[in-house]
Design a protein around this ligand. Structure first.
Ligand code: MN
Length: 193
């Protein structure tokens, strides 16, 4: 099976000024496309060819893991944004955030701190375990909580290619601004156990 890059559900300039159209063009149009192209090249004529992407991620290592996971991670990242989306979660997810972190604001602060603290390239994830408990995970390179049997629900990309054109070295500013475009209705739907 050949993986294809899904079309973004918004215009390239829809996330401005938080993420510029130029960053979207490079980050989704070139970086993410390259991961998908590499993934397709690496699975060709191997047993991985007929597997769903999630299974490739949990069963591979080396270059195949890196490209499969990066292909998945970027789609997860880009499809959680909508400038006119829901600005705060409700229901079970909000209850769990308040139970564990006190408030949405406190959670956001901890999440930003974790993202700022990833050394080098990587991601900061929010994932839930089988009991519904939330975990903030600092991840290097292509790491994905799926490999730890956790269910990913939110992710911020902290590779420099995600923010350097718009924020240069100010990663904390980029992380803080991302809340303006996160659509919490998407995150709520991902929360499951
Ligand atoms: Mn990226």
């Amino acid at each position: 099976m050949k993986f294809t890059q899904p079309k973004l559900p918004y215009a390239p300039d829809a996330l401005e000024p938080v993420i510029s159209a130029v960053t979207i063009d490079f980050h989704y149009g070139k970086h993410e496309k390259a991961y998908i192209d590499n993934l397709n090249r690496l699975i060709k004529d191997t047993p991985f060819e007929d597997m769903p992407l999630e299974r490739i991620i949990t069963e591979s290592d080396g270059p195949l893991f890196n490209n499969a996971s990066q292909a998945w991670n970027h789609i997860f990242y880009f499809f959680q944004f909508n400038p006119s989306g829901l600005k705060a979660p409700g229901g079970k997810l909000m209850e769990q955030i308040e139970a564990q972190y006190g408030s949405l604001e406190e959670f956001q602060k901890k999440f930003e701190e974790a993202g700022a603290g990833v050394f080098g390239s990587g991601w900061v994830w929010l994932a839930n375990d089988a009991e519904g408990k939330l975990h903030i995970i600092k991840a290097s390179n292509a790491e994905n909580p799926l490999t730890q049997d956790l269910n990913p629900i939110l992710v911020f990309d902290v590779w420099e290619h995600a923010y350097y054109l718009d924020y240069q070295n100010r990663r904390p500013d980029y992380l803080h601004r991302l809340w303006d475009i996160v659509d919490w209705s998407v995150i709520e739907q991902r929360y499951g156990y």
